[in-house]
Design a protein around this ligand. Structure first.
Ligand code: ADP
Ligand code: ZN
Length: 730
């Protein structure tokens, strides 16, 4: 008897390495990329076959219980990409696969079913049937090519009997078709054509098309001011890519993934027969699964998605675009802590295709790479049609006449804008009515019992809420500490600002855009539509309003408090502030009318604010990079954050000290800490961090190679999370 064959399986579970399993006798080994159900301990688990195994000597392997897919979910090139990504972020391959695959494939529950619909078409038979309903139905079906059941039901109340009859009589034929649940497919799209590029855009397009033709790895930084027509450059580059029979992958920040943006791509490409697919976290598991299947069936030419779309299983990839590449949301904050932008570079390299990173405010990392010549810079220094960038005024709050948190200058500008029937955007990067309730007698405030943070007051829903763990409680009638009077709101969030504006401008139509008002399905879309239609005069929002939107009638942008971002305890706070302010300023004056911007601050002489006010990226980089160099922070050095957490504070502290000692002494790596994380307690876990810093990657890699052994000697309840290239170190 031939020896039983075995395969290597990556279990979608927290195991450090893949395991080998036997193939049931008489069955062919499932090819790599197929899911299997396998025994793990006394339970069963899902795994993905990643290769042929060699049966180890003297070990009794267990056998695969069930094969779950008839055909592989992905090819070997894709698997190799995930393998490298997982290795880079020191994350178990199986769990990385679990993140990369659409949810629903990763558990033993049945995968979302495939949905079918009936499509009716007119047959060759001439003439007319008898009944009126039948005649009208046939006329309807004859007037188009292939009508889906849903379209028929929209027109005819109960068409079933008539349809059956028409089919029996041979007037029509019916086909069963697999359909995708595509959340964007209901939209009506008007075809559009490419605009004539200005000479900067044309020069960028030329370089990009040359790279597409060369079909080799080539990274670009498309650095174009807000409104300089970057999207138009992407669209025309992608058109050239599709002409070569290749596919495009377009990554955008989650919040910028609006129906407007998707509509722009569909308007350009669908008339030419190209199919645009969308992937993002707001889609249901079934919708994501359908899109995944459509991509693996090669039915999609352009995939647009948020960071996880970097894992889309495209096989004819010709270009990757990463729009707003500076955006922090490309980094996943927990679990598989990958950065979508960096993986886009990795993937482009492996697939030997060009990759375009686009931004008005590139990350200093990308800017530095371009300066070093590792990435080719393409510049769009002007807005399209010679529109000016908006005039920016820094309002010194120390000297301002403030009412409801707004300086006289900004209040007057709002009034004037309303008078002219134009629109305002007001940025306040804090949700809720006020950041906390404060007792005027004893100074007490409500704190989250699970996290080291105060609770935010949400007046409209009448609750105090933790923005980290979502803990909620209602406030008491009196101060719970001194029993004195009720607590009063202190400071202002978006909800509070909207209320204040309603008092100041009773005639204005005011809306709010933050995570609280956009959580419902379609609610963000509605806000956009009302904004575009001019049904909103003042839109108040968190940084959400800064991202990529194009409203022609917005002529005033106000930043209510620039200092929150600036004072964040993080070495990137100046960069973040500069980006945010430049981006939000870029939302105005995009139409024919000029825009103006007011930024309220107590630090008007801060270089990040000064540079943002003069739209001067180069000056900002020239000021900030030497500081990073001095401290060895990215992009002038490399960081890895090691987070030690557990339920007991003393245990966590002791473990962190022990680990820091163990890591100390590594050549060329600086060990900072252990220190409490800025958020020292989160969801009931105490947290300490050790920051590893090195000028180059190799010494860090050498140190990290031993990470499997770090837990040895530490209490099993203490957890270690490793964050390679951290973005947010809270
Ligand atoms: P960005 O992505 O750089 O902010 P967009 O690509 O959204 O800019 O362009 C801003 C607006 O200008 C869009 O409405 C776009 O259709 C228009 N546009 C782009 N390129 C041109 C051009 N060459 N001439 C005229 N209008 C253009
Ligand atoms: Zn909390």
């Amino acid at each position: 008897m031939p020896p039983q064959q075995c395969v290597e399986v990556a279990l979608l579970a927290p195991l450090p390495a893949p395991l080998s399993y036997l193939v049931p006798p008489g069955e062919v080994p499932p090819p790599p990329g197929t899911r299997v159900k396998v025994p793990l301990g006394r339970r069963s688990a899902v795994g993905v076959v990643i290769g042929c195994g060699v049966p180890p000597e003297g070990v009794r392997l267990k056998q695969i219980q069930q094969r779950l897919d008839s055909t592989p979910l992905f090819d070997m090139a894709w698997l190799e990409f995930i393998r490298r990504a997982a290795a880079y972020y020191l994350f178990p391959l199986g769990l990385a696969l679990k993140t990369a695959l659409p949810a629903g494939l990763a558990s033993l529950e049945k995968a979302p079913g495939v949905k079918h619909t009936a499509i009716y078409s007119a047959s060759a038979r001439d003439g007319q049937p008898g009944g009126v309903v039948q005649r009208r139905l046939l006329e309807f079906i004859r007037s188009r090519q292939g009508v889906a059941m849903a379209a028929i039901r929209q027109r005819f109340a109960s068409p079933y009997a008539a349809l059956r009859r028409l089919e029996e009589l041979g007037f029509i034929t019916r086909q069963q078709c697999e359909i995708s649940r595509d959340p964007f497919s209901g939209q009506q799209i008007q075809a559009d054509t490419a605009v004539t590029l200005n000479h900067h855009q044309a020069a960028a397009l030329r370089e990009l098309c040359r790279a597409v033709d060369a079909a080799a790895f080539a990274p670009f930084l498309l650095h174009g001011v807000t409104g300089s027509g970057k999207t138009e450059v992407y669209l025309q580059t992608i058109a050239a890519t599709l002409e070569q029979g290749r596919q495009a992958l377009v990554l955008v920040p989650e919040i910028a993934l609006t129906p407007q943006l998707v509509g722009r791509f569909r308007a350009r490409f669908e008339q030419r027969g190209a199919r645009v697919g969308v992937l993002h976290s707001g889609m249901s598991a079934a919708e994501r699964y359908d899109m995944w299947r459509a991509i693996t069936r090669d039915e999609v030419d352009i995939v647009i998605g948020a960071r996880s779309a970097v894992f889309a299983p495209l096989t004819r990839l010709g270009i990757i675009v990463v729009d707003e590449e500076h955006d922090d949301s490309y980094k996943q904050g927990d679990g598989f802590r990958y950065n979508g932008r960096d993986l886009a570079l990795m993937r482009a390299q492996m697939a030997a295709v060009p990759v375009v990173l686009g931004s008005a405010t590139p990350s200093l990392a990308s800017f530095q790479r371009a300066a070093d010549g590792a990435v080719q810079a393409l510049l769009l220094p002007q807005r399209v049609s010679e529109r000016p960038l908006p005039q920016v005024t820094l309002v010194d709050m120390k000297a301002a006449a403030v009412e409801h948190g707004l300086a006289q200058e900004l209040r007057d500008a709002i009034a004037a804008t309303l008078q002219r029937d134009e629109q305002c955007l007001l940025l306040l990067n804090r949700r809720g009515f006020s950041p906390y309730l404060l007792c005027g007698d004893c100074g007490a405030s409500y704190r989250c019992p699970n996290c080291a943070i105060t609770l935010t007051w949400h007046k409209s829903s009448g609750v105090l809420r933790c923005h980290y763990c979502d803990y909620q409680q209602c406030p008491d009638d009196t101060c719970p500490r001194c029993g004195g009077s009720a607590m009063e709101p202190e400071g202002m969030g978006t909800e509070g600002l909207a209320a204040a504006l309603a008092q100041l401008y009773p005639q204005a139509r005011i809306a709010r855009m933050d995570r609280d008002t956009t959580s419902g399905k379609g609610s963000q879309q509605q806000l956009f539509e009302r904004m575009s239609a001019g049904a909103i005069d003042i839109l108040v929002g968190t940084q959400m309003i800064a991202k990529g939107h194009d409203f022609a009638n917005v002529t005033l942008v106000g930043v209510v408090d620039a200092d929150t971002t600036l004072n964040f305890p993080d070495f990137r706070s100046a960069e973040r502030s500069f980006s945010l302010l430049t981006q939000v300023a870029g939302r105005c004056g995009r139409g024919d009318k000029a825009g103006q911007v007011f930024i309220q601050t107590y630090a008007a002489d801060h270089p990040a604010l000064q540079c943002a006010a003069s739209h001067d990226y180069a000056a900002f980089a020239a000021q900030e990079l030497p500081l990073r160099q001095l401290l060895g922070y990215p992009p002038c050095g490399h960081l890895v954050n090691v987070i030690i957490s557990g339920l007991e504070q003393s245990q966590v502290e002791q473990a962190a000290r022990q680990l820091a000692q163990q890591l100390g002494g590594a050549a060329e790596v600086e060990i900072l800490g252990p220190a409490p994380c800025p958020l020292a307690r989160l969801r009931n876990r105490h947290r300490m961090q050790i920051l590893l810093k090195a000028a180059t990657r190799p010494p860090l890699r050498r140190l990290l190679n031993g990470h499997h052994g770090w837990k040895q000697g530490l209490p099993p309840t203490v957890r270690i999370d490793i964050d390679v290239d951290p973005v947010d170190m809270m």
